[in-house]
Ligand binder design. Structure first.
Ligand code: URA
Length: 191
């Protein structure tokens, strides 16, 4: 019998838990494969787990996660309806930026997750996740825009937005995030 989407995602999580393709597992407490609804229409992709995420093994459960929850509330999308994950599945020490080699070896897990879930909409949170799909773009230029691409033979619709941590640091970025979530809400109503 075919595996359900949930079972397939669990298998990917298991592989991530055993992954030694880069050194991040050595300093991490837990792997953070991603969490949420296997049948989600929306997938959020952040950068990498932070301290709280590393401790709990869950994505976006620290301060950025709290802001993400508030933004989701504004568009009446329950967190239980979506799937949330990151480009990197283990925390980089001191929350440093992901290294190109780490992204290279880690993103096949993200690809596998997207191929299982086949979401209607992807929201990239921050520069690293945006650059994964749009390597030549800048986040300040394309944030809030609905972009349709064929990626790895999958048709994807992506709305890049600033990372919630930027919204926590900077009032203007918070305003942009709030505006962009309104655009996300409008897109969801129309599609
Ligand atoms: N920042 C991210 O990019 N991802 C998380 O899971 C938490 C904070």
């Amino acid at each position: 019998m075919a595996l359900t989407k949930e079972q397939q995602l669990q298998y990917i999580s298991h592989l991530i838990g055993e992954c030694h393709k880069c050194d991040l597992y050595k300093t991490a407490t837990n792997h953070v494969p991603g969490h949420g609804n296997a049948n989600a229409e929306i997938v959020f992709i952040g950068e990498a787990p932070g301290e709280q995420e590393d401790l709990q093994g869950l994505p976006f459960v620290g301060n950025s996660g709290k802001l993400l929850d508030k933004l989701l509330n504004t568009i009446k999308v329950p967190r239980t309806d979506v799937f949330i994950c990151n480009i990197l599945k283990h925390r980089p020490p001191e929350n440093r930026d992901p290294l190109p080699q780490e992204m290279k070896v880690c993103t096949p897990y993200l690809k596998a997750q997207l191929k299982i879930i086949k979401p209607k909409l992807i929201i990239t949170l921050g520069r690293f996740a945006m650059n994964y799909f749009f390597p030549e773009e800048s986040i300040s230029r394309i944030r809030g825009q609905v972009r349709k691409i064929i990626w790895q033979e999958l048709p994807l619709t992506i709305i890049p937005v600033y990372h919630p941590s930027a919204g926590l640091r900077n009032g203007a970025m918070l305003k942009s995030l709030q505006e962009d979530f309104l655009s996300i809400g409008q897109y969801l109503q129309k599609n």
